[in-house]
Design a protein around this ligand. Structure first.
Ligand SMILES: [Zn+2]
Length: 473
């Protein structure tokens, strides 16, 4: 609108000037070096306007000619920069797609085109890592430490490498440095908890965990379980050192941090019972059972009443079972108790209710039935056939399964026996069903920007499996 107005004003001014000059033609005479020019004022004004435009155009043309070489260089640089970034993008895509050769080619191209070592070094490091050239990747990561903008990424790459080599001490030192740079980063805080735990420094691990929880990088639910595991280990260490009072206190704290953590709850109950506090021991086990019925809790419950007559013990187990009536573990516990009390019919009923007739019944039910046949009828043949079924079935017994590598074990340990991840063993009624991919990479490194292709697998592995039969750890 403004431009239209300006144009209108200009046209009006020119037309007015032209009309004014046409009305008053006047005469101009120029005498110069023996030349004489007679003309009108209008013609002179027109000639002056032409002369001004001609000068302007010549000046613009000259300026473009002078600037041409510089513009050519600038355009070339711009084109190289664009191509360099394109190579970088394709390289990153190749890394994500797991194509090491293409990634390396793009890294070399980007390096030749771009004068930005921090960026191209990262791609080169990823390409080398993808190719399995750990030495080259380490060199790139180490070079990245020198630049402030890539120091953190370099540290991360070196930490992943140190963990892969099993050099936890080196990884811990690097993680400390990463924490000083970015204390609010989740994986750094997790790495510190994990590495202190791996070193068995439970006090330090607890301190790191408290910090991680305070910063909100570990969800409260997960944090509670980690805390219970750490307190449990601290309690066991206190007991081993003969500090029984402290052990009892820590066992209680572990139980209260996560009552569903069966190893701590069962141990706490056994310490209370040894102290003559059977009632509190019972309440602790029942609190744990309400969260997660577990064979360890059933065994601890039975131990509390080992001296009672069989029928009284069965009443106890019936009470325990009624706390979680739909859970198979209560039926199995009752089947064992009635079998011990030689109540054959009852034992059979509980085994049936536990699902022994189902096609996917677990071997422990067949083994119990074999014991029953042996005890009731002294029938070796039938007992053996049940044991054979137990050996044949592909359904697994409940076990702990590692969230990170899928390793299965019946005994809980703070570190996975195979991949040494801290507190990743989860109690499962059906281990091996819907298990995570075994990547061998600790979950603390899940979601790593350095390790994009593996992240896709490990990232999902680090999530708690959504599985109906998964019990708490
Ligand atoms: Zn594992």
């Amino acid at each position: 609108m403004r431009r239209v107005l300006v144009a209108l004003v200009a046209i009006t001014a020119i037309v007015s000037a032209a009309v004014y000059l046409a009305d008053r033609p006047g005469a101009v005479t120029i005498v110069w070096h023996g030349w004489r020019i007679d003309t009108s004022v209008a013609a002179l004004a027109l000639a002056a306007v032409f002369a001004i435009f001609a000068f302007g155009w010549s000046f613009a043309l000259l300026r473009r000619l002078v600037a041409a070489p510089r513009n050519f260089v600038r355009a070339r640089r711009e084109r190289r920069r664009r191509e360099g970034y394109r190579a970088l993008t394709y390289g990153m895509a190749a890394v994500a797609a797991g194509d090491p050769d293409e990634a390396e080619r793009c890294a070399r191209r980007a390096n030749a085109l771009l004068d930005e070592p921090p960026l191209t070094r990262l791609l080169a490091a990823q390409a080398a890592q993808l190719k399995g050239d750990t030495a080259a990747a380490r060199d790139y990561f180490t070079a990245m430490l020198a630049e402030p903008e890539t120091e953190f990424l370099g540290l991360r790459g070196l930490i992943v490498q140190a963990l892969a080599r099993g050099e936890d001490g080196v990884a811990l030192k690097l993680a400390e440095r990463a924490r000083a740079l970015r204390p609010r980063t989740g994986w750094v805080q997790r790495a510190l908890v994990e590495l202190e735990a791996r070193a068995g420094r439970w006090d330090a691990a607890e301190g790191r965990l408290v910090e991680a929880l305070r910063r909100g990088v570990i969800p409260p639910n997960e944090g509670r379980h980690h805390r219970a595991a750490i307190l449990y280990e601290r309690g066991l260490a206190a007991q081993a050192a003969g500090r029984n009072g402290e052990a009892l206190k820590l066992a209680g704290q572990a139980h209260h941090a996560d009552p569903g953590f069966a190893p701590a709850t069962a141990w706490y109950a056994s310490l209370l019972a040894a102290d003559g506090n059977t009632r509190r021991a019972r309440k602790a086990i029942e609190a744990g059972w309400r969260v997660t019925p577990h064979p360890t809790l059933a065994a601890a419950y039975g131990a509390l009443y080992a001296d009672e007559p069989p029928l009284a013990r069965i009443k106890r187990f019936e009470r325990l079972q009624s706390l979680k009536p739909d859970h198979v573990e209560g039926r199995v516990a009752l089947a064992e108790a009635t079998l011990k009390a030689r109540l054959w019919g009852e034992a059979r009923r509980h085994l049936t209710e536990a699902g022994i007739d189902h096609a996917d019944a677990s071997p422990r039910l067949y083994r119990l039935m074999a014991s029953l046949e042996e005890a009731e009828h002294a029938d070796g043949g039938r007992s053996r056939s049940w044991l054979e079924r137990a050996a044949r079935t592909t359904s697994p017994d409940p076990a702990y399964a590692c969230n990170a590598c899928g390793f299965e074990t019946v005994t809980w340990t703070p570190l996975c026996p195979r991949c040494r991840s801290f507190d990743q063993l989860v109690w499962r009624l059906r281990p091996g069903h819907g298990d995570v991919a075994a990547t061998g990479l600790p979950p603390l490194m899940a979601g790593a920007p350095i390790d994009a292709p593996r992240r896709a697998v490990v990232g999902s592995a680090a999530l708690p499996p959504v599985d109906a039969d998964v019990a708490q750890r």
